[in-house]
Design a protein. Structure first.
Length: 102
């Protein structure tokens, strides 16, 4: 394999790593108000019954939602139901929004 072929392959792989959806914080805020605020509060700070999600990293939030969706996280049936309604783009938007809150 020559050097130019290797560079072309690496460039192609780099394109695959680019996110398909750029997260939209404003869309995440709207979705949070409609889907998450009832339990986690308008500010994402939670309460005695529901955990705080404000300030949660994008990675941690995304992982949690994916685990609810795929059934590896099952401790809260309501969260499983809600998470399964979300697309990958919506999860990205929500994670970006909650990561911005402190």
């Amino acid at each position: 394999m020559n050097k130019s072929m290797l560079l072309a392959m690496l460039a192609g792989l780099a394109l695959l790593a680019v996110p398909v959806h750029a997260a939209d914080v404003a869309a995440g805020k709207v979705l949070a108000a409609a889907s998450c605020a009832d339990c986690h509060g308008d500010d994402g700070m939670g309460d005695d019954d529901y955990p705080a999600i404000a300030g949660m990293s994008v990675e941690k939030f995304t992982k949690a939602m994916q685990e609810y969706q795929n059934g590896t996280r099952t401790k809260n049936p309501k969260m499983t139901k809600e998470a399964k309604k979300l697309s990958a783009a919506q999860i990205a938007d929500l994670s970006a929004y909650y990561a911005k809150l402190k």
